[in-house]
Design a protein around this ligand. Sequence first.
Ligand code: C2E
Ligand code: CA
Ligand code: CA
Ligand code: CA
Length: 275
Amino acid sequence: VKDRGGSAIAALTSDDHERLNRKAFIEKRLIYALDRKNLQLLYQPQVNLNNGKVERVEALVRWTDSEIGVITPDELIPIAEENGLINEIGSFVVETACRQLKEWQTKDIDLQISINSSIREFRDKDMAKMVLEQLKINDCKASSLMIEITEKFALEAEAERSIMSQMKTLQQEGISFALDDFGTGYASFRYMLMLPISSLKIDQTIIQSITKQEKIQKLINGMIQFGKSLDFQVTAEGVETNEQFELLRAMGCDSLQGYIIGHPMTAADLEKWLN
Ligand code: C2E
Ligand code: CA
Ligand code: CA
Ligand code: CA
């Protein structure tokens, strides 16, 4: 191949081709799946250590395509963020979560659902409106919904007025925000005070190293006390062992989430699990 474009293409390895093909195919299948609402939410319980109750579940998206198989969120979400389909995933998540809240309400199951949100969803100026509409359609209290944002999201949002104002609108209506993956690398704390965040979720990679060194234990203890002193509710995620559970409880962590408590499960399985 002699022309420039040709040589650029020739420079791609067969691995690159495979990756690009897979991405393009995922994109195509995702449009198809979203059209048919062929995605699913699983719910992972969180235990409130102050009263021992499960009061909140995190909604996690799942997608199994009939041709590709399972596409994990770690592969799906970055692709969807890049091509913009994340907004449609977000609508699906909000809609499904609100419908689930309504169903649980009729069954007298009182749970808050925490959903994950990407910053690109909030760049749509109708995001807040869409969320409030879905709550209304399903006759749900706004306080039944929590939105998790990452530190990267928070850092960027602080500089974007329209995002900040949408978050504040939702907060005023009663929706709460949690800062996800807390401690994974953005050493700026200013946004924690600028944005309407009420909870901190300490990242699982930090939690899982808690039993390794005394210094790590001191770090996590410090993060918990730091959060609490600023009136944040502190949650630890990715808790897998009894030892981690006991250490975090002793440190005064407010709530715990992880395999030791329960895996992400379907709404039906969660209802059985609760009984
Ligand atoms: P995340 O929000 O930090 O979610 C926690 C992840 O850890 C989930 O992976 C969950 O299944 C897993 N997990 C929970 N407990 C444990 C544990 O004890 N040990 C270990 N090793 N893992 C545990 P999942 O479901 O694969 O999701 C991965 C990431 O994808 C999420 O990380 C979140 O950032 C993103 N994501 C998932 N669903 C959505 C969604 O609906 N919208 C958006 N924007 N992002 C989502
Ligand atoms: Ca999360
Ligand atoms: Ca997390
Ligand atoms: Ca994560």
